[in-house]
Design a protein around this ligand. Structure first.
Ligand code: TEU
Ligand code: CA
Length: 545
């Protein structure tokens, strides 16, 4: 176990900087604010931070549109602040994993400015351009992820450019070796500043074959990732996580199997998508389907058991609050938040906590389109409206799954604006902050925060948690999630009632166990030897040697 990489024993924590902590009263979170809260994170025990983009950006997509990869957005701070964050975090044993957003840049990046202005400039080919058709039409009617056409006319250039996400996010042309060299250079520049790794935004798109409209996991993807590894990652003890909305159990090992020399793990979303509507995706509410959910979560545990490594998460800045989406944010908020955490953190892989999750923060309920801040939600409302969706249906979907849910300010205390800012927050604070906040949680020995602290500590301490083989149990049960972990004669049994009802559960023989009770949320449990009655959202783990 000595030679397992550090990230196999640690837990990550995602900071979405705009809403974490404001330090200067402008209503926008910033890097000095993050530094002032590092003790909260150290206390939680996490090993590294994934920091969503803090680079210079017009913030059309909240930093996922970068105008200078080697500078910090002024509202977030300076390069000096960033260096200080890296140092202060390191002093607490916390590494900083930055967000690498290189499928596209901002349309305000100087490369794009140069590309537009001169068809002979070397930067022209850093992007994807096409001539208009005989009647001035775009090369195809491809739609952008955030609504509208993906091919955008640019008057200055006299050509269309590809913006797969939005017109503000022109796609970079990875076919161009000079562009690739620029990116590798920039990555090394950050590594030399002392960062601990990169989370790579929509990395599965960089190998696209545009002529044939193959965008996801295109023919050049793994060639580029291997090249990137050689030019930047090789010989460095850093962590890389590739985000992909299309990766499958079959293709995942191509990114993260050890002998591939590409990345360490992927963020995959199959468990998330298992809860989306088939036609309207996330823009229409859907009842929780536990069997489909487990099928993905557990199937991925099995698929990557030997080849590769899993990331473990239920929320991020693109997803709703997990306690609202998969748990119960009313009567059983605390218990269901704990059940979801136990279920996620005791699987094999590297768990990620999204800011505020550790205190059981919930979705916000908005009513009018002008309350939403997210480009995707606003863009997709226009699309759905054209398809005939009415506002109430769309609103229900947006309130259940929209990205603004996880983008409201972290609730630190019960003071004005939840301790997030002294000014006017850039987005509404959830009105439940007087009850749900970090200060209140810190005072409780049996709160959600205390539960997360225990989970993080268990992974560091117990080999069976960090490394144990995973075995699914009672996979077809539609109310209970259960599994086993095995390591060197040790066993760990995990059980969670995933409903707000009392459930009668007859555990299969394989799950019978007697030992040390861990993390019980209702009554102490240290034995499974026959049929049992589980309280609403009850969860526990039992460890035996
Ligand atoms: O997200 C990738 C992505 O495809 C999302 O837009 C996702 O499809 C959507 O939110 C779910 O409905 C990454 C970033 O995490 C996201 O914040 C960015 O907006 C996006 O890339 C573009 O950079
Ligand atoms: Ca600020």
């Amino acid at each position: 176990t000595q030679d397992t990489p550090w990230w196999q024993r640690s837990v990550g924590y995602q900071i979405w900087p705009r809403s974490f902590q404001d330090s200067n009263g402008d209503g926008v979170g910033d890097i000095p604010g993050i530094i002032s809260r590092l003790d909260h994170l150290a206390d939680l025990g996490i090993g590294f931070l994934w920091l969503s983009p803090v680079y210079a950006s017009p913030q059309q997509d909240m930093g996922y549109d970068i105008s200078d990869y080697r500078d910090i957005a002024p509202e977030y701070g300076t390069l000096n602040d960033m260096d200080r964050l890296i140092t202060e975090a390191k002093a607490r044993g916390i590494g900083i994993v930055m967000d690498l957003v290189v499928n596209h840049s901002s349309d305000k990046h100087r490369w794009f400015e140069a590309a537009k202005a001169d068809s002979g400039a070397p930067e022209r080919d850093y992007y994807v351009w096409r001539d208009p058709g005989p009647n001035g039409e775009p090369p195809s009617d491809l739609r952008a992820c955030f609504g509208g056409p993906a091919w955008n006319w640019n008057e200055e250039a006299g050509q269309y450019y590809l913006g797969y996400f939005s017109p503000f996010q022109p796609d970079l042309n990875w076919r161009n070796p000079a562009l690739r060299a620029e990116i590798y250079d920039m990555m090394n520049w950050w590594f030399d500043r002392g960062i601990a790794g990169f989370r790579m935004d929509v990395i599965s798109l960089i190998g696209k074959d545009i002529e044939n409209e193959v965008f996801e996991e295109g023919p050049y993807l793994h060639e580029y990732l291997q090249e990137m590894h050689q030019k930047t990652l090789k010989g460095r003890d850093v962590l890389t996580i590739g985000e992909s909305w299309s990766v499958s159990r079959e293709t995942a090992p191509l990114y993260c199997a050890k002998d591939r020399d590409e990345l360490d793990m992927v963020f995959q979303f199959n468990h998330i998508k298992s809860q989306w509507d088939e036609v309207h995706g996330k823009w229409k509410p859907k009842p929780f389907d536990l069997v489909a959910f487990k099928d993905e979560l557990f199937g991925w545990q099995e698929a990557l058991a030997d080849a590769g490594w899993n990331s473990l998460f239920l929320s991020n800045h693109d997803l709703p609050r997990q306690v609202s989406k998969y748990g119960d944010d009313g009567e059983y908020r605390v218990r269901s938040a704990k059940a979801l955490a136990t279920l996620t953190h005791l699987m094999k892989g590297t768990p990620f906590i999204y800011q505020g999750e550790e205190i059981g923060m919930t979705n916000i309920r908005l009513e009018r389109i002008d309350q939403f801040r997210d480009l995707e939600t606003i863009g997709l409302w226009h699309e759905e409206r054209e398809r005939g969706t009415d506002w109430d249906t769309f609103l229900a979907g947006a309130n259940e799954n929209g990205r603004d849910n996880t983008r409201t300010p972290v609730q630190w205390d019960d003071g004005p604006c939840a301790g997030f800012t002294d000014g006017m927050p850039w987005i509404e604070v959830n009105s439940n902050f007087p009850e749900i906040n970090v200060a209140a949680e810190r005072a409780k020995s049996d709160g959600v925060l205390a539960h997360y602290r225990k989970l993080v500590a268990l992974r560091k301490k117990m080999d069976v948690v960090a490394l144990g083989r995973f075995e699914a149990v009672a996979a077809e049960h539609d109310k209970v999630a259960a599994y086993l972990r095995h390591h060197d004669g040790e066993r760990l049994a995990v059980v969670a009632n995933m409903t707000g009802d009392e459930v009668r559960f007859d555990p299969p023989e394989a799950l019978h166990i007697e030992g040390e009770g861990l993390l019980s949320t209702v009554e102490p449990r240290y034995r499974i030897d026959g049929p049992m009655t589980l309280a609403p959202w009850e969860s526990f783990a039992i460890h035996a040697r």
